[in-house]
Design a protein around this ligand. Structure first.
Ligand SMILES: [Zn+2]
Length: 478
């Protein structure tokens, strides 16, 4: 099938060579209208490359990644005529040099890999997860929301601006890792090392992890764009109980499983304290002018009302997770036979740590709470989330202005992401990190993240290109 590549305008400008700088610098955003259907088809094509990240590295298959990178190079020729590098073979780094080297560059990120679709789950999909079907106004498939849409939006926007003759003053970088879903060590971390080698430091970065919500109800009756200025730090521990093994007919008072159960109960019964951090305070204060009177007074006077607001938010599990480091006991193992007392049992506990708290704080809390020196505590590698981005930062202004330029009706607010992204690999390379993609997403679609029937609106992709074009143009023109 001949895939629609970019409008013939490209061929023309390549033939004519580049126009003089003075003309380019003031060139408006591409006059070409965005054809949402064509953008959707290019996303659908990208979805058909099953670039899956498996927990077991043995299962890694590089071929779909190579094919996807070839497809992107063919489909976005102007962008790939910039300084392009394949990092660690499967990740992509593109540099669009600006005309003013004194300006710190900006970095735009996404990732090429997707989470697996369990075979049993695949049957539950309306359209096969890797077929890249466009139907009922949606592009369906694994990666439509997380996050090949992001890859496509940045490349569409860059290609359009290049086609219009735009040259940034500030250098713009694009970084697409190939293993975000399994931690980013082979992708984003290698790209970060490359950028460090080049001695670069960025004014701001924009990665996945925020969108325009149609109906999530943050502001009744209004669409809300959430630019997440922070994310929690992902931290996992293992707790292990040991005990006398033996025959279950003569059991000890507490088996290893029993001791473990006590430890788990104590952790669940004693969550970490509630705390209103800067990013969440910024969110509530930004919401205040847009909510009904009662809430407006409460959210607009947090110096006075914070204890009351915290208490009412804590009643809802989702809002409570915005206010504390969460504890989730996710896996247990122990015991081999019903009539054998096991020698050990262990559990995996995943924490999502609030900005301003550290894994050491969590380990202290765990030791104090379990209060049993016999319970062994170990933990996996971790890397801290970047410090929260400032709502007064250059990048936040660029994002807010770009959204409002395309969607004047949308309410723009900051926020905090519960999940984790590749931004942590760039923590010491950037001033401010933001998480946002210019797509509109409904409550019904949110379950598609790592779930079934992942899909993105065709029109949302069209509008998304316009938002991302505005972001790049504003970032490039200080
Ligand atoms: Zn993702």
């Amino acid at each position: 099938m001949r895939r629609p590549s970019f409008p013939p305008l490209i061929a023309l400008t390549i033939l004519l060579g580049t126009a003089p700088a003075s003309v380019l610098a003031t060139a408006p955003a591409s006059a070409e209208p965005v054809v949402a259907r064509e953008v959707a088809e290019r996303l659908a094509a990208a979805i058909r490359f099953p670039t899956v990240s498996h927990q077991d590295p043995e299962q890694f298959d590089g071929a779909p990644f190579d094919a996807l990178l070839d497809y992107l190079a063919e489909t976005y020729p102007r962008t790939h005529a910039l300084q392009v590098e394949r990092v660690n073979r499967h990740s992509l780094l593109i540099e669009w040099p600006g005309s003013d080297a004194s300006l710190p560059p900006a970095l735009f990120m996404s990732h090429l890999d997707v989470v697996p679709v369990e075979l049993a789950a695949a049957e539950g999909w309306t359209h096969p997860p890797f077929a890249g079907v466009i139907a009922d106004g949606f592009v369906w498939g694994r990666g439509a929301l997380d996050v090949k849409n992001g890859v496509i939006l940045w490349l569409e926007a860059a290609e359009r601006l290049l086609a219009s003759g735009f040259t940034p003053q500030r250098s713009l970088f694009f970084a697409f890792g190939h293993d975000e879903e399994i931690g980013g060590e082979a992708g984003a971390a290698k790209i970060a090392a490359r950028l460090k080698e080049k001695g670069l430091h960025f004014a701001f970065l924009v990665d996945e992890g925020g969108f325009i919500s149609e109906d999530l109800g943050l502001v009744p009756g209004r669409r809300v764009a959430q630019i997440n200025t922070a994310e929690k730090t992902y931290f996992t521990i293992q707790i292990t109980a040991r005990g006398e093994g033996g025959h279950s007919s003569t059991p000890p008072p507490h088996t290893a499983v029993g001791k473990l159960a006590t430890a788990i109960h104590r952790l669940e019964a004693n969550p970490l304290p509630l705390r209103l951090t800067r990013p969440v305070r910024d969110l509530l204060e930004a919401l205040a002018p847009h909510v009904p009177t009662g809430r407006r007074l409460a959210l607009g006077n947090l110096w006075l009302t914070a204890p009351f607001v915290i208490r009412s938010m804590a009643e809802d599990p989702f809002q409570a997770a915005l206010l504390r480091t969460t504890t989730a006991v996710t896996m247990v193992e122990g015991g081999v036979k019903e009539n054998v007392v096991p020698k050990h049992a262990s559990a995996t506990v995943n924490f999502r740590i609030l900005p301003g708290e550290t894994p050491d704080d969590v380990l202290d809390h765990v030791r104090r709470t379990i209060a049993d020196p016999e319970i062994e505590i170990s933990h996996t590698e971790w890397s801290a989330a970047p410090r929260p981005g400032r709502v007064t930062g250059l990048g936040y202004g660029v994002l807010q202005d770009a959204v409002e330029a395309v969607h004047p009706d949308v309410v723009v607010v900051p926020g905090m992401l519960m999940g984790a992204t590749d931004t942590r690999h760039f923590a010491d390379l950037v001033e401010d990190a933001y998480r946002f993609i210019g797509n509109s997403v409904t409550r019904a679609q949110v379950t598609g993240f790592h779930g079934t029937d992942e899909r993105i609106g065709v029109d949302s992709m069209g509008d998304g290109v316009r938002v991302h074009e505005e972001i790049l143009r504003r970032a490039g023109t200080p």
